[in-house]
Design a protein around this ligand. Structure first.
Ligand code: EPU
Length: 345
């Protein structure tokens, strides 16, 4: 196995943090992964996939396994549906475009989400009214302790808002090798209820959108608001939108009657963290090379040479400012990676 030493991870994480991996190996198949996990001379191992939902705090003193397992397989299809098994290293947006070319529906609202397919279940990726769980059938993952391959059903994954089993009890225990999704071939469930999509389609004069039109609208909205990681390092939403109770919501809206919110249930409300951060005065601010995006305050950016620690310091400053102003504590959505590749979050 080709193990490299002291490799810069700058091009392997969308934040563009120039941290080093003590050891690094490219993994191209489930079998290679299985073999690498057995390398006893490297007791500390860290799995890196698309590098799109993480902030590397500093150099990683471990063997970094870069998951690059490719392939898409049609498992089953009839005239209405198709079931696809996608290997973990397939880029998510490339997959979305591939499905649209084939005329398969279900992923169009999640166009342009950075990262790879294998990490999509971990935080149940979602955008514009659709989440991964809506098309998810199952995934396969290797247990890092006994090296067995396990299939997780949708129920096993316990998906929630930007959340799953793999972020909780299953944290660090499994490496996802493939994801199986069920997509539509006709009678697509078009989801355009998210306000920005409707107005984008209207702008283009489209009243009966095809799935490709929805994807194009999502791409246009994302490009107008969210920075392209190839141009400006970032990890998408850095924070989760906080969910507050009915009584907290009551106090909050009395003080801030114009604040946007989403009703989640009879007793829970989601408040956009981007709005809270903007109101706390942080939108567009820059501290050295670490900053808050000018068009979407939920996104922290690296203007070039910010260190992971500088981004973390900025995140804490924001968390404290929001808590002081609103009494609401926001939490990072990205995984913060410590020295041994452990999650520090
Ligand atoms: N807002 C502000 N200021 C800002 C940003 C947002 O006032 O700087 C307000 C907006 O005006 C709007 C509300 O907050 O009223 C919601 O904003 P937006 O529609 O942009 O969505 P979001 O809640 O900020 C979430 C996801 C995004 C996803 C969009 C669209 C989370 C943590 N983020 O953002 O996901 O693209 O909805 O579905 O749930 C990601 O996970 O990386 C990501 C980008």
């Amino acid at each position: 196995m080709d193990i490299q030493k002291e490799i810069s991870l700058k091009s392997y994480n969308t934040f563009g943090i120039d941290a080093k991996a003590r050891y690094f190996i490219e993994i191209n198949s489930a079998d290679e992964l299985w073999q690498a996990l057995q390398l006893e001379e490297y007791p500390e191992k860290f799995v890196l996939s698309g590098g799109s939902n993480m902030l590397i705090a500093g150099d990683i003193n471990a063997l970094v396994l870069h998951i690059n397992i490719k392939g898409i397989e049609v498992v089953k299809e009839d005239s209405d549906q198709v079931i696809l098994k996608i290997m973990a290293g397939e880029n998510w947006h490339t997959l979305v475009l591939w499905t649209l070319e084939k005329g398969y529906g279900g992923l169009e609202n999640m166009s342009l989400i950075p990262g790879n397919t294998g990490t999509a279940p971990i935080q149940n990726i979602g955008a514009y009214g659709v989440e991964l769980r809506d098309t998810f059938v199952s995934c396969e993952a290797i247990n890092v302790d006994d090296l067995t391959l396990r299939t997780f059903t949708k129920e096993d994954c316990r998906f929630g808002y930007r959340d799953s089993y793999f972020k909780n009890e299953g944290k660090g225990k499994y490496i996802i090798t493939s994801v199986t999704l069920q997509l539509t071939k006709r009678n697509h469930r078009r989801n355009t209820s998210y306000g920005a999509i409707e107005s984008e389609l209207e702008k283009k004069g489209i009243s009966d959108p095809k799935i490709k039109d929805i994807s194009n609208a999502v791409i246009a909205i994302r490009q107008s608001k969210l920075p392209d990681p190839k141009v400006l390092g970032n990890s998408g939403s850095f924070f989760k939108n906080p969910i507050i109770s009915e009584s907290e919501f009551h106090t909050f809206t009395k003080d801030h009657p114009n604040a946007p919110f989403y009703t989640i249930s009879a007793d829970s409300y989601k408040i956009p963290a981007g709005w809270l951060i903007e109101q706390a005065g942080y939108k567009g601010k820059r501290f050295g090379d670490a900053g808050i995006h000018k068009k979407q305050a939920l996104v922290l950016v690296n203007y070039g040479n910010a260190t992971g620690q500088e981004i973390i310091d900025l995140a804490w400053k924001i968390i404290e400012a929001v808590e002081k102003k609103f009494g609401i504590r926001i939490e990072p959505e990205v995984n913060i990676i410590g020295q041994n590749g452990n999650y520090d979050q």
